[in-house]
Design a protein around this ligand. Structure first.
Ligand SMILES: *Cc1c(COP(=O)(O)O)cnc(C)c1O
Length: 389
């Protein structure tokens, strides 16, 4: 059972507003905020290097916390400044050859698809988009049928930015294993929202961000790379942290996933994200997903009962992200109205997920994303605010 009142005390702004943009940037709970500000204060007091040395335990806990969160080894985790760059670091490390093909899905995130297009331009790779089933999730059998001997990578978004869909990541992982194709999972929206187990999913790489459902500081992210693959992956950029300049004409890459990191980084951010992962683990990822899915379902039902409102989420299993539009009102207008009513939310549009939204002839949707510190009463107030006017 989640102690919702305790979570709300950790997030004092809950008293003033409704946080329904947890898929955009969730507010940091006090323990996370304190770990960030405490580190910054120490940097001001004793200098950045001394503060870093002093915080070694918290910094190193970043790797242990993520190893627990994802069920992997600490040596398989890298700290990267955001999810996009984490994803990029491993994507651009794959030695694509002309004619290779990348297999993805219609829900793929814009930045990932832009990288596919770039790789098509510079390396001559092809892009295949797997079909979806009648619920809108990836059709796993259809995806499997599209694998050919030149399929080099399966890259899927677990939970898309533009709706409540949860793609069948583990079923896709089983297919990737059988076909011996690399599998990169964008877990940006699922990390912190639901349990993630890289062994059960069967992915080779997984990327995520700090500020969304994990409730860490902005400007933080992480990358998981399967240990067995590390030795064969040369990061696209390498500095004196990722490698050692071992002789005049030589360098040696680090053996662990930190070969994907930079020398300079936001240390307070790393300490804060480690704390945020511990905070989520203390609540329990099963409990978080159970509660957020229940709140989101209540929200979908409440919205669907409003005349003219169309709830637009796809998928056999639906998560904490709820999207809708209201007949006769531009989603941007609905969003402004909700913001004015003290309900933080967002608008999702074709720029972030063109394949999916275009295929549904949708330009924009209002997006409400709930977290476990939200309440049933907040859900009902948001529905009333949508219905007002
Ligand atoms: C937000 C998001 C990203 C990008 O994360 P950043 O930390 O902003 O780079 C990638 N993929 C998905 C599915 C997202 O929702």
């Amino acid at each position: 059972m989640i102690d919702v009142e305790a979570l709300r005390r950790d997030t004092p702004s809950c008293a003033r507003m409704i946080h329904f943009n947890n898929a955009g940037a969730s507010p940091m709970p006090n323990p996370v905020l304190e770990s960030v500000t405490r580190h910054l204060a120490r940097e001001a007091e004793i200098g950045g290097y001394a503060a870093e040395a002093e915080a070694e335990k918290q910094i190193e806990d970043f790797y242990d916390a993520f190893a627990t969160l994802l069920n992997c080894r600490r040596t398989e985790i890298a700290y990267v400044e955001n999810a996009t760059r984490a994803w990029d670091m491993v994507f651009y490390a794959i030695p694509f050859r002309p004619g290779d093909r990348i297999l993805t899905a219609p829900s793929e995130y814009a930045s990932n698809y832009i990288a596919f297009l770039h790789m098509a331009r510079v390396r001559g790779v092809g892009i295949d988009v797997a079909p979806v089933d009648e619920t809108g999730q990836v059709d796993v059998k259809g995806l499997e049928a599209m694998i050919t001997p030149v399929t080099r990578l399966i890259a899927i978004t677990h939970v898309p930015t533009q709706g409540g869909l949860v793609n069948p990541a583990a079923a896709i992982g089983a297919v990737a294993r059988r076909a011996r194709v690399l599998y990169l999972l964008d877990a940006c929206q699922s990390a912190g929202q639901m349990p993630l187990d890289v062994q059960a999913i069967g992915c080779d790489f997984l990327s995520g961000t700090g500020r969304k459902f994990l409730r860490g500081p902005r400007g933080t992210g992480f990358l998981y790379v399967r240990g067995e693959l590390l030795a064969d992956l040369h990061p696209p950029f390498v500095d004196m942290h990722a490698a050692r300049w071992s002789a005049r004409d030589e360098y040696l890459l680090r053996a662990d996933a930190r070969r994907f990191e930079n020398w300079e980084s936001h240390v307070a951010g790393r300490v804060g994200l480690a704390r945020a992962v511990r905070y989520a683990l203390d609540i329990g990822l099963d409990a978080i997903s159970e509660r957020t899915e229940r709140l989101a379902e209540r929200l979908r039902q409440g919205l669907a009962a409003i005349p003219g409102v169309e709830v637009c989420d796809l998928g056999a299993r639906k998560c904490a992200i709820v999207t809708f539009r209201r007949a006769g009102e531009d989603p941007t207008q609905t969003w402004k109205r909700l913001e004015a009513a003290g309900i933080s939310c967002s608008v999702t549009n074709t720029h972030s997920a063109r394949l999916d939204l275009e295929s549904r002839a949708i330009e924009r949707l209002v997006r409400l994303s709930v977290h476990c510190f939200n309440t049933e009463e907040e859900v009902d107030r948001a529905c009333a605010a949508v219905a007002a006017q």
